[in-house]
Design a binder for this molecule. Structure first.
Ligand code: FPP
Length: 252
């Protein structure tokens, strides 16, 4: 089988890596006649619950889509509020994450974030760099196409400088340049909020992921829903192009 098979043979029914598109904060707030920012604030609680549940079930990598390249198009006030919320969440949660042995990493176009947020992000990554528990990636100002273009630019630079030969480029050398370079591909993608699309998230890395969609809005998503997604995943037979019979034969 190919190197795109991230599931640990030791825990075949638990996804090693879960990616989440957290959608529905705005509608959650609207349903309660609250401003949109109330939905984003309520969403932080779901983030906490999902991180705890993932760690408890032995998920090794969790990647959350917090702010997309396209989200810059939202009203300036909402963008500003989201950036403040990320900063506040970092201030409030990082020491607890660190105590729980979580290693934090941010992916995305960080140059577009302001200096205060970037400093806090760097501090959180440094503080948790040696932790050996759950690895939590937060995608902020992230777009899958941007990620691929940046990786292509990086590979091209290495070819031009003579570091690598163009003929030697393969999936492995390319994916190492992506934002999640060195991290196994997600086994499971969860999207809340009722839409069934990828929305420019991890376009390369999700190639073989199982997809689980729910109508539940992100602020209502928690332990029970995450466990439903894990249960769905455990029932899937991942074939990577093989036939079902081939996989049964390997098991015997
Ligand atoms: C999508 O809902 C959600 C976002 C763009 C923001 C996600 C942010 C959080 C959950 C806050 C905390 C995150 C971290 C990592 C601390 P939407 O606004 O598109 O909802 P709608 O589709 O109902 O309008």
């Amino acid at each position: 089988m190919s190197e795109s098979e991230p599931t640990s043979p030791a825990r075949p029914n638990i996804p090693r890596h879960v990616a989440v598109i957290m959608d529905g904060n705005g509608r959650w707030a609207k349903n309660r006649s609250l401003p949109r920012h109330a939905g984003h604030r309520a969403g932080v609680k779901s983030v906490r619950e999902v991180v705890e549940t993932a760690a408890r079930h032995g998920v090794e990598y969790l990647t959350l889509f917090a702010f997309s390249s396209e989200n810059w198009r939202r009203p300036e006030e909402e963008v500003g509020m989201l950036m403040s919320l990320f900063l506040e969440a970092l201030r409030r949660e990082v020491s607890e994450l660190d105590k729980n042995n979580v290693r934090l990493k941010f992916i995305g176009e960080r140059e577009r974030l302001d200096r205060k947020l970037n400093d806090k992000i760097r501090g959180a990554e440094d503080l948790t760099a040696d932790n050996t528990g759950l690895r939590l990636q937060v995608a902020v100002a992230y777009g899958g196409r941007w990620d691929i273009v940046e990786a292509a630019r990086s590979v091209a630079g290495k070819v031009v400088s003579g570091e690598i030969d163009a003929d030697a480029i393969d999936e492995g050398t390319f994916s190492a340049e992506l934002q999640l370079g060195g991290i196994p591909d997600p086994d499971l993608l969860i999207r809340t909020g009722g839409e069934q699309r990828i929305s420019n998230f991890l376009l390369w890395n999700l190639a073989y992921a199982e997809l689980w969609f729910t109508d539940v809005l992100w602020p209502d998503f928690g332990e029970a829903e995450f466990e439903s997604a894990l249960a769905y995943y455990s029932r899937r037979q991942r074939r990577y192009g093989h036939t079902g019979e081939q996989l049964e034969a390997v098991k015997c």
